[in-house]
Design a protein around this ligand. Structure first.
Ligand code: UD1
Ligand code: CA
Length: 456
């Protein structure tokens, strides 16, 4: 059967106290609304319409790449009104529409599929997800008849004392027959405690027309919604545990999963060991047999197999096989580090290529440079790439030995097999196979201290 989805994302999220629309707050590095879009797609729903209102431009911008369509809800008059705004999207369509919210990102594709197939195979006009919870405060309550059938949903603020004690809640996730939904939303009224058009009233309307309503209870964990920063943290914790479990099941060792922060789109190879305090973000790919000692942040990078990293920051870069990084290294965007390279402590690399087997062991800055293989950078080497106006390029060949405390004033080239004497400031091209010395000769003024009577 044809299916599509409407995703409610027009609310402001007042309780978040944020300039960012609620559905754009991130959980494990991905906006909540995008989690839901991706899950719906994974469940086989292609045609998705997002209802935008508050912060519409921002929501459109951050969902744009996912190829969804949009409906606009100018005033947030309630969830029923929001669905009404998707009328144009739904008109003329026959089949099933899934209605989800952009503020509940833990729902899984399996549950969405289960919801749709249960709905369609039983011929229901509406089917909803519910949860049994300990503390139903704030949620809509599911009112069932004596025979167990769902009769209606009553919002918390409209409940009687007795209804408040019901602990089966409306998850706010549904499936409807498209035509039945279109016929019902016109009949919604706002005569309730909040003066809103409730989508939940559609259930009672369908019911009173003699239609059967389905309901599937699911784990509360999947239906948790985010209305506040506290709930954002709770949901983040669940998502993080799921991601970490997935990697451990794939053969990755996490020494302390509670303190390991891996974003949704990260890939990690087998037998990689990750110590606590690592934050792995963006579309990072980590190979097999790596060791990530504590406290690194790695974003949008490729780490090949056998790499060891400790207490470092690596952004939008590539680290070759068996290379070691850190402690306390900073690899900035567009750097390509070769295989079996050593990037040691307090080394910063920016937009540079470093060849295989090169050692940059300590206290060095390399920016806008191309460095060959098997070079050795002495402690305190600085590539002076910026003249105050323009960034220049430095080229270092293969097998170059750079003595400690060297400045390479860019643009400059150092050819293969050369040596640079410690303390040199190199401003001119160094020919291959040679030694460059660019420092003042030492003069010893003997007995200078004595003559000046400076001796203590
Ligand atoms: C809603 C349900 C409640 C359910 C709960 C589950 C209704 C009336 N109530 O309550 O039964 O237990 O979800 O989490 O549906 N939105 C719009 N336009 C609006 C209003 C809301 O797009 O005019 C969007 C919001 O951005 C949000 C979603 O709809 O993503 C849910 O709205 P929210 O105000 O959070 O509803 P709840 O009070 O949580
Ligand atoms: Ca909500």
């Amino acid at each position: 059967m044809y299916n599509c989805a409407v995703l409610l994302a027009a609310g402001e999220g007042k309780r978040m106290k944020s300039a960012t629309p609620k559905v754009l707050h991130k959980v494990c590095g991905k906006e909540m609304v995008n989690h839901v879009i991706d899950t719906l797609r994974e469940a086989g729903i292609e045609d998705i319409n997002v209802i935008v209102g508050r912060g519409a431009e921002k929501v459109k911008e951050s969902t744009h790449s996912r190829k969804v369509s949009y409906s606009f809800q100018e005033k947030q008059l309630g969830t029923g009104h929001a669905v009404k705004c998707a009328k144009e999207f739904l008109l003329g369509k026959k089949g099933t529409v899934a209605v989800f919210t952009g503020d509940a990102p833990l729902i899984t594709a399996d549950t969405v599929k289960k919801l749709i197939s249960f709905h369609e195979s039983n011929g229901y006009k509406g089917t909803m997800l519910t949860s049994i919870v300990q503390n139903p405060y704030g949620y809509g309550r599911v009112i069932r008849k004596n025979n167990g059938e769902v009769n209606k949903i009553i919002e918390h603020k409209d409940c009687t004392e007795e209804e408040l004690r019901i602990n089966e809640i409306n998850a706010g996730m549904y499936c409807f027959d498209i035509e039945a939904l279109l016929n019902s939303i016109d009949k919604l009224s706002n005569g309730n405690a909040q003066g809103e058009y409730y989508l939940t009233d559609v259930i009672e309307i369908l019911k009173s027309n003699g239609q059967k309503i389905g309901a599937i209870p699911v784990e509360f964990e999947e239906t948790m919604g985010v209305n506040s920063r506290l709930q954002l943290a709770d949901v983040g914790k669940v998502m993080r545990r799921r991601i970490n479990n997935y990697h451990m099941e794939n053969g990755v060792t996490l020494l302390d999963p509670e303190n390991t922060y891996i974003n949704s789109e990260v890939e990690i190879g087998r037998d990689t060991i990750i110590y606590p305090g690592n934050i792995i973000e963006g579309k990072t790919v980590i190979g097999e047999n790596c060791i990530l000692y504590p406290n690194s942040r790695i974003e949008d990078s490729v780490i090949e197999k056998g790499v060891t990293i400790q207490s470092s920051v690596i952004l939008e870069s590539r680290i070759g096989e068996n290379t070691t990084v850190g402690p306390f290294a900073y690899i900035r965007p567009e750097s390509i580090i070769g295989e079996s390279v050593r990037i040691g402590d307090f080394v910063e690399v920016k937009k540079s290529v470093i060849g295989n087997n090169t050692k940059v062991s300590h206290l060095t800055y390399i920016g806008d440079a191309e460095v060959g293989e098997k070079c050795n950078f002495g402690c305190g080497t600085v590539v002076v790439n910026y003249d105050g106006k323009v960034k220049h390029k430095t080229i270092v060949g293969n097998n170059v030995f750079i003595g400690c405390n060297t400045n390479l004033i860019s643009p400059v080239k150092v050819n293969d097999n050369s040596y640079i004497a410690a303390g040199s400031t190199i401003t001119e091209e160094v020919p291959g196979n040679s030694l460059a010395i660019a420092r003042a000769r030492q003069i010893n003024k003997e007995e200078w201290v004595t003559k000046r009577e400076l001796k203590k």
